[in-house]
Design a protein. Structure first.
Lengths: 172, 192
């Protein structure tokens, strides 16, 4: 029974991996490049460009008509020796900032680019502040405990007597 | 004791203060269209093109063949279900005297011609954008999509998706009227 279960699990995961793989690679087109650099440029661009028809998907992973067209156009421009910036500008002039997952830094995208680091710094500052508050609180608490644990003269004498009593050798 | 209480309260208050604007932002986005409107082509001249006529491959259509008056440039395909839903409305527009130029988008010419024979032809003429290059130049995202082009060949409106009677009465017809009256302020307001 256990063995059957193991085989079943193995088969399930193998099939899951295969289906995942085919999904990932189903959208890859067969294009011939002059060099490995050109292919790398193409791959990085289609990963960065966004499918204008889809809900949050790059053109690399989309099979929609417009994504296929934009991939072909990207390929043509790469083959013509255009730079990343030139290809980005080409797409941006036709589809706006929306086309790229890396929108240009402009006054109306400042919030997009600078808000996350500002929030991070703010969060760290708040965290440091809270930790400091806590450590000051702990120090104050220690002082209170010390004061409470201080013995008066009578109590000190009592303690000494008790300790002396038990410190005596038992005479063996 | 007071600072301890404050810092404890802060642990709840700060995330809440960050969370609240997010909630408000998402709340006001409810029921808003999720599709991003791509309108980079508006107020730009129609890009230069040379495309074969759908009816006759030997005839090349270019910018100079376009009407010298305001017209609709409609991208369609026989494969596109939304286009066939839109088609009867385009036929009624033709009857009203609206000039429509068709761009047969990424289609098989035989199927396209058959489609026009079966459903009727609302177009002045059709050109074939088989590889979708004119589409890319116009920031097209699919079919059907329509552009309102004025008498100077400037794109005034980009309509994504099918033209419905609601879209017609609320945005397209007012734009055409404003263009007819050459009222610049009105054009800017209604043609978007």
């Amino acid at each position: 029974m256990k063995r059957f279960f193991n085989i079943f699990t193995y088969l399930f995961f193998t099939l899951a991996m295969i289906s995942l793989n085919s999904q990932t690679y189903s959208a890859i087109d067969v294009y011939q490049f002059d060099s490995a650099e050109q292919e790398a440029q193409y791959q990085s661009l289609i990963a960065e460009l966004r499918c204008p028809k889809c809900q949050n998907q790059n053109i690399a992973s989309s099979n929609s008509l417009i994504s296929q067209d934009l991939k072909r156009k990207t390929y043509e421009l790469v083959k013509q020796g255009k730079s990343d910036t030139q290809i980005r500008d080409y797409m941006q002039s036709r589809y706006g900032d929306f086309i790229s997952y890396k929108p240009p830094v402009r006054p109306h995208t400042y919030l997009l680019w600078y808000l996350p680091p500002v929030l991070l710094v703010l969060a760290l500052a708040i965290w440091f502040w809270l930790v400091r508050l806590k450590s000051v609180d702990n120090k104050n608490a220690d002082i209170v405990v010390d004061k409470q644990s201080e013995l008066n003269i009578k109590e000190k004498q009592q303690l000494k007597d008790i300790l002396n009593q038990y410190d005596k050798p038992d005479g063996i | 004791m007071v600072t301890k209480l404050n810092s404890k309260a802060m642990i709840f208050i700060i995330p809440l203060l960050i969370f609240l604007p997010v909630v408000l932002l998402l709340f006001f986005r409810l029921n808003q269209p999720a599709q991003v409107a791509i309108n980079t082509a508006t107020n730009q001249p129609l890009p230069a093109f040379e495309l074969a006529n759908l009816e006759n491959d030997n005839i090349t259509m270019s910018n100079k063949d376009l009407p010298n008056e305001t017209f609709l440039l409609n991208f369609w395909g026989s494969w596109c279900i939304a286009c066939s839903r839109e088609h009867p409305f385009l036929m009624s527009l033709k009857d009203e005297g609206i000039k429509i130029v068709g761009v047969n988008y990424k289609d098989a010419p035989e199927l396209a011609k058959q489609y026009l024979q079966d459903e009727g032809n609302p177009y002045l003429f059709n050109m074939k954008d088989e590889d979708g290059d004119l589409g890319i130049d116009l920031g097209l995202t699919g079919a059907p999509e329509t552009f309102v082009v004025d008498d100077k060949g400037i794109i005034k409106q980009h309509i994504a998706g099918e033209i419905t009677s609601k879209k017609w009465t609320t945005s397209i017809e007012p734009c055409l009227t404003a263009l007819q009256q050459s009222d610049e302020n009105q054009i800017e307001q209604v043609c978007q």
